[in-house]
Design a protein around this ligand. Structure first.
Ligand code: GLA
Length: 384
């Protein structure tokens, strides 16, 4: 018989080992299950899969191969409380249709092309118009936000790659365009988005991500309290159809000056003509970068004072559309029955400038055969 004291010591040692073992098992399971997959329905007769990316901090991103949509991003606040900080739906059906492009990859040409037309190598192309006289976010038919992509989870990383072939003539665009979009969640709470494309005919291309953020938590109200810094000394002013006039106008002295952090609500309804035309903020800012530098630079930083959550956006792209959800009108009901009203979310759509195919002075959006289009945007979450 073991003396009682020794039995207790043995039991304690055993318990300690098994708790440690359990903890180890949990950590390694977490690592092993950096990507979880589940069937999420079908669309156009094709299976849709929901991928959940998880990092070591418990941050989670839900995304699906329908439209490359990000359904949710759960991140901690300054007290470690998690909330879902993007608008969205719980089920696939919620996204069909998805008029505000919530969470989706947008293209072949993100943002607007004036009068649905452009000329390339002497040939004039006509696109479907879906925004007054313009083509918005690629048109109406096989736009990237509403097609089923192929999906493949990354190995040993919290990530997923979506691929899609946009055919020659789809929505009026030239060339078979092979696309690849990868989402990777790092252990420093960054959601990294890598875009890649090749074509067999010259074509305009502009790819972006249309998540609507509310750092206080989706469905909690207007985003007017968020403080925004945009690293841009200039923006591209627009006409009444939100088409750039061609001017690169200094933000200084205008309500579009976000070079120092300012509450969205402070000037969102200013009488300045550009704000009136955009019904709030819905403009492209020209991100500050040194000539010849095509690496990642800071585009914007957003701080939500009640939770301390911070979103920092860096990108290789020349522009960012800061859109304050002016067209959300309460007709979309999202997660947990939340009704998404005007200004319940904001977007930071990194991009080339709107209507670039009709503005030879803007950085070119033409991809040619033999070239590879590459761009990267990082959404980094923290709290202070
Ligand atoms: C973009 C546009 C907005 C609006 C939304 C979608 O951000 O710039 O004007 O069309 O997409 O609702």
């Amino acid at each position: 018989m073991m003396p009682r004291q020794l039995t207790t010591v043995c039991a304690t040692v055993l318990l300690t080992f098994s708790i440690a073992g359990l903890a180890f098992a949990q950590v390694s399971t977490r690592h092993m299950q950096a990507v979880q997959q589940k069937s999420f329905g079908t669309q156009d007769g094709r299976p849709v899969t929901l991928y959940t990316l998880t990092n070591v901090n418990g941050v989670e991103v839900d995304t699906m191969n329908y439209g490359g949509i990000i359904l949710s991003i759960r991140v901690p606040d300054r007290k470690g409380q998690f909330a879902d900080v993007v608008l969205g739906h719980e089920k696939l059906e919620g996204y069909i249709p998805n008029p505000p492009y919530i969470g989706a990859v947008v293209g072949r040409y993100a943002n607007r092309i004036a009068n649905g037309t452009f000329t390339l190598d002497g040939k004039t192309y006509t696109l479907p118009k879906n925004d007054g006289p313009n083509t918005l976010h690629g048109g109406v038919d096989k736009t990237f936000n509403k097609v089923v992509w192929d999906g493949e989870a990354l190995k040993g990383k919290a990530g997923v790659t979506y691929t899609y072939l946009s055919k020659d003539g789809d929505d009026g665009f030239p060339g078979n365009l092979k696309l690849r979009v990868t989402y990777t969640l790092t252990n420093t709470n960054e959601l990294v988005i890598d875009y890649e494309a090749t074509t067999d005919k010259a074509t305009p291309i502009n790819l972006s991500q249309h998540s609507y953020f509310n750092l206080a938590g989706e469905g909690t109200g207007e985003i007017l309290n968020h403080e925004v810094m945009i690293n841009a000394d200039r923006f591209t002013p627009v006409d009444k159809n939100l088409i750039p006039t061609g001017e690169l106008r200094p933000v200084k002295g205008t309500p579009l000056d976000f070079t120092t952090s300012t509450k969205i609500g402070a000037r969102v309804d200013d009488t300045y003509e550009q704000i009136a035309l955009g019904h709030g903020y819905d403009h492209n800012w020209v991100i500050n970068r040194n000539k010849g530098d095509d690496g990642l630079v800071l585009a914007a930083r957003v701080y939500e004072p009640t939770t301390g959550r911070v979103l920092e956006v860096t990108t290789t792209q020349p522009g960012v559309q800061f859109y304050t959800g002016n067209f959300l009108d309460g007709t979309v009901t999202g997660k947990q029955g939340h009704v998404y009203k005007r200004r319940y979310g904001f977007c930071l759509e990194t991009q080339h400038f709107p209507d670039s195919p009709n503005h030879p002075d803007f950085p070119s959006t033409i991809l040619k055969p033999g070239e590879t289009f590459r761009s990267k945007t990082v959404f980094k979450f923290s709290a202070k």
